[in-house]
Design a protein around this ligand. Sequence first.
Ligand SMILES: CC(C)(COP(=O)(O)OP(=O)(O)OC[C@H]1O[C@@H](n2cnc3c(N)ncnc32)[C@H](O)[C@@H]1OP(=O)(O)O)[C@@H](O)C(=O)NCCC(=O)NCCS
Length: 290
Amino acid sequence: MAKTVRVKSFQLIARDIADVDVHLLHVLSIGVGWPHRPADWEFLRQVGQGIVAVDDIGRVFCSAMWFLQGEDLATIGLVITTPRAQAQGAGRWLMEEVMERCKGRNLTLNSTKAAYPLYLSLGFEKEATVFLHGGILSTLPAAARDHGLDELPTTQIEELADYDTEAFGVNRSAVLVQLSKRSVTCVLRRSDKVVGYAMRRQFGRGHVIGPIVASNDEDAILLVGWHLPALKDGYVRIDTREDTSPFAEFLTQIGLPTTSTTMTMSKGRRFLNRSDASPWVYGLAAHALN
Ligand SMILES: CC(C)(COP(=O)(O)OP(=O)(O)OC[C@H]1O[C@@H](n2cnc3c(N)ncnc32)[C@H](O)[C@@H]1OP(=O)(O)O)[C@@H](O)C(=O)NCCC(=O)NCCS
């Protein structure tokens, strides 16, 4: 009896991500250890577009998504190849498809270590490290006195648009409106002017706080502090590019250490442009949304 067998290789074809069962996407992300729930995938499909690579019986082997933000930017994310199909060219093929569909736009993404060589070879350049903070929130900081913090109803989200655009670089109101529908939003006002905001929503094993947009560390800390009592004893995640700042120290003090890092990269115009005392994105909306 023969002791070996030749397994025929098979072809993958590209499909619109909107056309596949969300549970297949969930299996894909679970397979690489990511925390997304089916509901998280559903939300991402609502705000973005994507492609998957499937075999001839509809099994999903790879995914990649892009999110149009403002007139000339796209953020890219959810780039996954299932482990048993990795290192065979599928990731590069899907990324080339995505770049073709985003032609004419500046691109940005947050790269894992596994994907870094791929993005470098596609012309992306490194901009900053992202620190993924997470943990069970066991300690609450002393409650802040009233500093002009208020809950903002979804119907008033447009109030944040100008302030957010200054921080993010392009007007991403459409994404913010969708985010706000599944978030609790806290706004910080001084003299009736918006000077910061932060949203929290369910994600993965618990909650994510993001976006967090403020003009200084103190205000960013106030905004996060407003959300914390509702999250006590649950898993909380915050993705930030702050490294040794008071904001980053605060996260560690409340029991949210850095669990891993990724790298913000861009192709085309530089994405991150911080200037003193201007609004700044302290917490990412989502890894794929930036
Ligand atoms: C990153 C990832 C999507 C790459 O997908 P893939 O289908 O394996 O990618 P490809 O086979 O097209 O390889 C692309 C490049 O990655 C690199 N690469 C892929 N597998 C590698 C391996 N095992 N060791 C070293 N380099 C490897 C090579 O540089 C390759 O370049 P080449 O075309 O010049 O050989 C995949 O590893 C993955 O899903 N990882 C887990 C999830 C993740 O980190 N996603 C990225 C989010 S930003």
